[in-house]
Ligand binder design. Sequence first.
Ligand SMILES: *Cc1c(COP(=O)(O)O)cnc(C)c1O
Length: 470
Amino acid sequence: MKYVSTRGDATPQPFCDILLEGLAPDGGLYLPETYPTVDDATLTRWRRLGYADLAVEVLGLFIDDIPDDELRRIVEETYTAERFGTPDITPLRPLGDSGILVQELSNGPTLAFKDMAMQLLGALFEYELGRRGETLNILGATSGDTGSAAEYAMRGRDGIRVFMLTPEGRMSPFQQAQMFSLTDPNIHNIAVAGVFDDAQDIVKAVSNDLAFKRAHRIGTVNSINWARLVAQVVYYVAGYLRATTDNDQAVSFTVPSGNFGNVCAGHVARSMGVPIDKLVVATNENNVLAEFFATGTYRVRSGAETHETSSPSMDISKASNFERFVFDLVGRDGDRVRGLFGEALATDGSFSVTPEEFDRVASFGFLADTSTHADRVATIEATWAQHGSLVDPHTADGLTVAARHVADGVPMIVLETALPAKFAATIHEAIGREPEIPERLAGLLDLPQRVRAMDADVSQVKAFIAETCA
Ligand SMILES: *Cc1c(COP(=O)(O)O)cnc(C)c1O
């Protein structure tokens, strides 16, 4: 299995060669040359498998340059009941007779769905770096979920260090405690005196210094990494198999979306032949995606137009994984994708697909809809009152939108992308009290914290990296 770029101008590469890379050299995103397909007999056989065994099978269709026994070891060490809280790994929780089931993806170490992919990524990085005899220094900026998921995935791993920049004093106490209580010597938290954009600018400045980047082997773990995406395909297959008893039955998924990474994995699963009817994209007030699926126009927002909402992990100005779907939508025409993303978007900040292309969207099962602050608060309240189930604000966006699109006889699975414990203020607004913190994290807020404070100054960050790596 080789991987090609959405802009059609990069040499096809095997999995392990794109694993440690972000963008393809032509500026595109990697996708498999063709999607592997699953037939009826395979789906039937998979019904008997637990999560890790299923993951070995699904990932094995995309990864043929890691020996089978190594891949099995990596997957079995990753998807354990200890790490993900339940032997089911991603259990389904029906909400009464609403036709909606919540698929729990947030029982991992940082209580958000990013653990599902990031934990596997950590193990894959360690494997590949060890094989090459190389090391990697991961540099990132975070205001929440991604940074903590990356640190919990990389902690204690050979050959990997993490340098994570956070805006000083701007994360919730829970998120700070999650990150700053890590004492592993390979994890370095840096609190920058500034806002998230200042931290992000420092990361960009370091990454643009190619000599420094090469000398200190700087890498990233952002959501365009193909390995993260393929890890997510597994839970769509698992959700499908557990919500149905035979392969004639289809399901739909509603996915709280920001960068389109999560729902893009659903698109891959559907393209493989998993019986998925609709893929419903739920956005918050930052409805870049809902606008595209309603109009065929994709318009990136400016910083000033990007709203700070109560589902902050979906506050995006552009959807970095969306290019992968558009590649498939335009018949995998790399020149066309380059014209849209490389040219029109770069000059106008927007593009429109042709009416013929837009007509094809429905055949991919996609729908999209927007949820607002008032919607999510009402949904949290109603889901709690009617079903005794407490959901986080992002999952509430999913439930709000799902309710508008449930069809008779088709189970609607809503992906639970975080646990309510992380978003106490909005939960309090909705139900008048604070969410419970899961038992295994009970003492978290009292643990000693370790963080290095720095000015929003590129040279200080570079000096610290250089000193640590020396
Ligand atoms: C990252 C995240 C999302 C958005 O996922 P995308 O892959 O960017 O679409 C939604 N909810 C939560 C809680 C997240 O952390």
